[in-house]
Design a protein around this ligand. Structure first.
Ligand code: ARG
Ligand code: ZN
Length: 481
C-alpha cells in the first residue's frame, strides 16, 4: 500500500467511521460496580461506516437470515398518486458483534408496531430512517438472536439522493422493487449495506391473479379467499439492495439451461415479444461468462420485465430487473453483474466502478462474441472522447465518484476502458485469471478497489501503481495505454 492516493482513500474511510461513531450517542458503560469483569454493553453504531451513506446499514450486528412475510394490496388504478398497502413480518436472525444495549435496523417510511427479540417484546423507537431496538436481556457479543419486527405502511414511489425512483416502487399493477444503493429499508427492516450479506426467504401474499417474484427459487404458491401466497427461497448470501419482491401481472417462464441451472423469467404480458426476445440468449450468455468469470455463482437465474419503468435495469440477485425492455446489451450487462457486483459486492459505495466497469466490459465482450464491435473498438470509442470533453467525462475519479456520481457514464465506460487497458497491460491469461480469482477469493462477500489492485499485482506479478493512479484515481484522461 505505497500509493499516496490509496492511503488517502483508506484514511477517508477511517475518519468517516469515526464520524459515524460520533453521530451515535456516546455509549454509556454499564459495568456493574465492583464487578470489573462484567460486560460493558454499548449501542451498536447507526451506520455501517460507509462515507457515502453514513446511516446505511448498522454496526454491532451481523444479519444471518431474513424471513420476510409480506401481504401487499396494490394501489387502486385511480386516482393518482399510486399508493399501495404493505403489511410485513420480518423475522431476522442476527449475531451480536459486541455486547449490545441497543442496535438499529434501517426502516424508511414504514411503521413498526411491535419488536420481539428471542420471544420477548422489547422497547423500540423510530427516528428518521432508523429503527432503534433495545433488547432485554441485553445481547452479549457472539450470541445469536431472533428479531421479529411487525410493520405496516402505505407504499409510494420513493426516490434516491439523485431523485431516481427506487426501493418499493408502487405501480399500477403491483410494485417494482429495485433498491440500489440503499432502498431496501423502504420495504423491510434491514442492515442496508453490502458488507452485511444474508440469506433470505419470502412469503408474499397478493390479490389472486397477481404474481410476486423474489430472488432464488420458487418453492410454492397457494390460493385461498381471493389471495395468492408466493414463497421463494434465496439461500445464497445477498446484499440487501439486491433483494426483490416485485409484484405484477407477470407470466412465468421456467426452464433449465443445458448445464441444469433453473431459470425463472417473469414478463408482463402487455409487453411486446420483442421487448424480451433477448432473454432467449440467457443460456448462451451464462456459458460465455462462465468461461471468463468461473461457474455461475447462484441457485437460479432469470429476469423480471415490467410494463412500468424506473428508467433503468438492476442486477437483482438471481433475477435481474428490466424496465419495459430487456435489450440484449442490457441483458448481458445485468447477467455479468451476478458475478461482478452480486457475488463480489462493493466494500464501499465508492467502489461502484468495480460493478459497473466489469458489467459494461462484459457486454463489450458479448457484443464481440456476437459479431458486433470488438472490445477493442468499444475501448477506442471511449478513448476518442477528447481530454477536454465539455461534459467533463475525464474529470470523474472513477474510484471515488461521489454519492451523486455513482451511476454517471464515466463509472461505466471509463471503468470498462480501465479493464480493457489492464487486459492490454497484463495480457489475456493474467487478466482472466484475475477475473476468476477475484470471484473465487471475494465471492459471497465484498471487496474494494484496493483489493482489486492488490490482486491484479499478485496475479500479474507487475507493479500497477502508476497504471491505477492514472486510470481510477486521477480526474484526467490517461496519457498512454
Ligand atoms: N446497477 C444498475 C445497472 O447498471 C443501475 C442502477 C441505477 N440506479 C439508480 N438509482 N440510478 O444496471
Ligand atoms: Zn450495471
Amino acid at each position: 500500500m505505497s500509493s499516496r492516493r490509496r492511503r488517502t482513500a483508506l484514511l477517508a474511510v477511517g475518519s468517516a467511521v469515526a464520524a459515524a461513531a460520533l453521530l451515535t450517542a456516546p455509549a454509556v458503560a454499564v459495568a456493574a460496580p465492583g464487578d470489573p469483569a462484567s460486560p460493558r454493553y454499548a449501542d451498536g453504531p447507526e451506520g455501517a461506516g460507509d462515507p457515502y451513506f453514513p446511516l446505511a446499514g448498522n454496526g454491532g450486528t451481523d444479519v444471518l437470515h431474513y424471513d420476510l412475510v409480506l401481504d401487499y394490496t396494490p394501489a387502486p388504478p385511480e386516482p393518482a398518486p399510486l399508493e399501495g398497502h404493505l403489511d410485513g413480518i420480518a423475522t431476522i436472525d442476527i449475531v451480536a458483534m459486541q455486547d449490545l444495549d441497543r442496535f438499529n435496523l434501517d426502516l424508511r417510511g414504514l411503521t413498526a408496531s411491535s419488536v420481539v427479540v428471542n420471544g420477548l417484546p422489547v422497547s423500540f423507537s423510530q427516528v428518521d430512517n432508523e429503527l432503534v431496538i433495545s433488547p432485554r436481556p441485553k445481547l452479549k457479543a457472539g450470541t445469536q438472536a431472533q428479531v421479529v419486527v411487525t410493520y405496516v405502511g402505505t407504499t409510494i414511489q420513493p426516490t434516491d439522493i439523485e431523485g431516481a425512483l427506487y426501493g418499493w416502487v408502487t405501480t399500477r399493477d403491483g410494485a417494482m422493487v429495485v433498491s440500489e444503493p440503499d432502498g431496501s429499508a423502504t420495504w423491510f427492516p434491514s442492515n442496508d449495506h453490502p458488507t452485511d450479506k444474508a440469506t433470505y426467504s419470502f412469503e408474499i401474499t397478493v390479490p389472486e391473479g397477481l404474481v410476486a417474484v423474489a430472488n432464488g427459487l420458487l418453492t410454492g404458491s397457494s390460493t385461498s379467499d381471493g389471495k395468492t401466497t408466493w414463497t421463494w427461497d434465496a439461500p445464497d448470501p445477498m446484499a440487501a439492495y439486491l433483494a426483490t419482491a416485485s409484484v405484477g401481472d407477470y407470466v412465468l417462464n421456467q426452464y433449465e439451461t443445458p448445464g441444469g441451472l433453473p431459470i425463472i423469467d417473469a414478463v408482463d404480458p402487455s409487453r411486446p415479444p420483442s421487448s424480451s426476445a433477448a432473454l432467449a440468449l440467457t443460456s448462451d450468455m451464462i456459458a460465455f461468462f462462465e468461461e471468463r468469470f468461473g461457474p455461475y455463482p447462484f441457485v437460479s437465474y432469470g429476469a423480471i420485465v415490467d410494463d412500468d419503468s424506473v428508467g433503468y435495469a438492476l442486477e437483482t440477485q438471481t433475477r435481474s430487473f428490466f424496465s419495459r425492455n430487456a435489450r440484449e446489451g442490457t441483458v448481458a450487462h445485468e447477467l455479468a453483474h451476478q458475478w461482478m457486483g452480486d457475488q463480489v459486492s462493493p466494500y464501499r459505495w465508492a467502489d461502484i466502478w468495480l460493478n459497473e466497469g466489469w458489467a459494461t466490459y462484459a457486454s463489450w465482450m458479448w457484443a464481440e462474441h456476437r459479431g458486433g464491435d470488438t472490445a477493442q473498438q468499444s475501448f477506442d470509442d471511449v478513448m476518442a472522447i477528447p481530454a477536454d470533453d465539455p461534459d467533463g467525462f475525464w474529470d470523474v475519479i472513477v474510484a471515488d465518484p461521489s454519492p451523486l456520481g455513482l451511476f454517471v457514464d464515466p463509472v461505466y465506460d471509463r471503468g470498462a476502458a480501465t479493464l480493457h487497458a489492464l487486459r492490454l497491460e497484463i495480457g489475456d491469461d493474467a487478466f482472466f485469471e484475475l477475473a476468476q480469482t477475484w470471484v473465487e477469493r471475494f465471492g459471497g462477500g465484498t471487496a474494494s478497489t484496493h483489493d482489486f489492485i492488490a490482486l491484479a499485482e499478485e496475479v500479474s506479478g507487475q507493479d500497477l501503481e502508476a497504471f491505477f493512479d492514472a486510470w481510477v484515481y486521477t480526474g484526467e484522461k490517461p496519457l498512454s495505454w
